[in-house]
Design a protein around this ligand. Structure first.
Ligand code: NOJ
Length: 523
């Protein structure tokens, strides 16, 4: 493996949601054998690293984010030995491996939570979690008014009358990070996987580990006592020391949905995390001014702490961006308004997604590609209710359709479901029209989304990468120079092409740059 200094500063990282990537053993669920068989697709795409969503043993209440054992592999996915082989095989292809770590909570089937239930109130076992008596004369009301991010109260009562905190589903009890045992345990888990060759961790709910121990009630929308608490920095400083004690530049990437980018950048100081997903970019509606604002703010905030930006358009938690950008009204994304009923124009969404890909690939810093984004897949909106698996659907009583629509198994080949996903069907139904969106079909088509990503990822390494300077090319046109010229026309009418030789375009261009089209030019 090449050991280029600061590889993570400009890395293209591909997110594999294992359950839906490729099924090697024919049980309808993706697994490590499936990933190993498809490593060539990833090598051919030209990415630098893979991020695997949780692969640990799990009852799968939240797609594996409910971890029952942090030191093993979910049997549906494979074995620890296979994971080690997969890491080694990725490395021989110059692909690094980042895995998810889920330190905010575990599964209710984790042995520590089971021990806490058994040991009863006041026990040291309960101190690893947030157990509290209830309120009201008979303790039948939750200890405070916090809401689960999946809907409903953030507390569940156990038979002896105490309640435990869970910011997500009731099967995901929150750890008490004030307890030194939790800190030691996770430091050990980091070492366990670093010893097995992983190149880094994506830290789930990185902003949420530390809680205000008084557990105060919150006003509507106020997340202060359980997000972005000062005590987190000390945890990440200790994690950074562990990462730095290994060779080969092991990295820590934070998942933080924080409202204030300057606050988020504090986690990226030199002795803390290496990078964090830029969710402001992901949620940005299709509007040139808004994108320019997000990009400028991002670069400024990251420059101040010497960290690279990490651009992201989609992941396994949000509506796929082909669908978001194809919506008539609000083309942005927020968890509060998951707009599954709004009309979608997939042709418009796809044109914009192509332009957005070239924008993302042109920006300074690193970027993430969510599996299927390189095929131009859209959100599957018509999954029958009885097949939906995301706990969000049940916990909101169906008001929020949940995240299954962006987790539908990937189409690889052939003309009918499961499109080469595996020999045993697919755990969520795939649209019949995905026959034209298989990796096989798109590899043969120079005009496909896959070809655009492949070319873009390759050229991105070769283009000069100077500091970004904004260009003014008229209203609705986002343009900059950084050794090469980038322009994206967000306006409703074509605009003249800027000077230079076209290196890559997201759609047909003549002497004009059409609406929702992006180009890279070199002079
Ligand atoms: C963020 C993960 O990306 C999401 O899928 C999960 O449900 C929550 N964290 C809770 O772990």
């Amino acid at each position: 493996m090449t050991d280029k200094t600061g590889w993570w500063r400009s890395a293209a990282i591909y997110q594999v949601y294992i359950r839906s990537f490729a099924d090697g053993n024919g049980d309808g669920v993706g697994d490590l054998a499936g990933v190993r068989a498809r490593l060539d697709h990833l090598a051919g795409l030209g990415i630098d690293a893979i991020w695997f969503t949780p692969w640990y043993p799990s009852p799968m209440d939240d797609g594996g984010y409910d971890v029952a054992d942090f030191r093993d592999i979910e049997p549906l996915f494979g074995t620890l030995a296979e994971a080690e082989e997969l890491i080694a095989e990725a490395h021989t292809r110059n692909i690094r491996v980042i895995i998810d770590i889920v330190p905010n909570h575990c599964s209710d089937e984790h042995r520590w939570f089971q021990a806490a239930l058994e040991a009863g109130p006041g026990s040291p076992e309960r101190q690893r979690f947030w157990f509290r008596p209830g309120r009201g004369p008979d303790g039948s009301e939750p200890p405070n008014n916090w809401k689960s991010r999946f809907g409903g109260p953030a507390w569940t009562r156990v038979p002896d009358g105490e309640w435990y905190l869970h910011l997500y589903s009731s099967r995901q009890p929150d750890f008490n990070w004030d307890n030194p045992e939790i800190r030691t345990e996770f430091e050990d888990v980091l070492r366990f996987w670093f010893d097995r060759g992983v190149d880094g961790f994506r830290i789930d709910v990185a902003d949420g580990l530390v809680k205000d121990p008084r557990l105060p009630d919150v006003d509507d929308g106020d997340e202060t006592p359980f997000s972005d608490m000062e005590g987190l920095h000390e945890i990440y400083r200790s994690w950074r020391k562990i990462a730095d004690s290994y060779g080969g530049e092991r990295v820590l990437v934070g998942e933080m949905w924080l409202p204030d980018m300057a606050r988020a950048a504090r986690y990226l100081r030199r002795d803390e995390l290496h990078s964090a997903f830029n969710f402001d970019f992901l949620v940005c509606p299709w509007d040139g001014e808004r994108f320019r604002d997000v990009i400028s703010r991002t670069l400024r905030a990251h420059d101040e702490v010497g960290a690279p930006a990490a651009w992201v358009l989609s992941n396994h938690d949000v509506t796929r961006h082909v669908t978001r950008y194809g919506r008539a009204g609000d083309t942005g994304f927020s968890f509060a308004n998951r707009l599954h009923s709004a009309p979608v124009d997939l042709a418009v969404g796809t044109r914009r997604a192509r332009a957005a890909a070239l924008l993302t690939l042109a920006l300074p810093g690193g970027l993430y590609v969510y599996q299927g984004e390189e095929l131009g897949l859209w959100e599957v909106l018509d999954i029958p209710d009885e097949l939906r698996q995301d706990p969000v659907f049940a916990r909101t009583r169906g008001t929020d359709p949940g995240r299954d629509g962006c987790r539908v198994p990937i189409p690889w080949s052939g003309s009918a479901p499961p499109f080469g996903f595996g020999s045993g069907g697919a755990w969520l139904p795939q649209p019949a029209s995905w026959s034209e969106y298989t990796a096989e079909a798109e590899a043969a088509d120079p005009a496909s989304m896959l070809s655009l990503y492949r070319t873009g990822l390759r050229l991105r390494r070769e283009l000069p990468a100077a500091e970004l300077e904004w260009l003014s090319l008229g209203e609705g046109v986002l343009a900059f120079r950084r050794g090469f010229t980038f322009a994206l026309n967000f306006s409703a009418a074509p605009v003249p092409l800027p000077p230079g030789e076209i290196v890559l375009a997201s759609g047909p261009v003549s002497t004009d740059l059409p609406t929702d089209t992006a180009v890279w030019l070199q002079s």
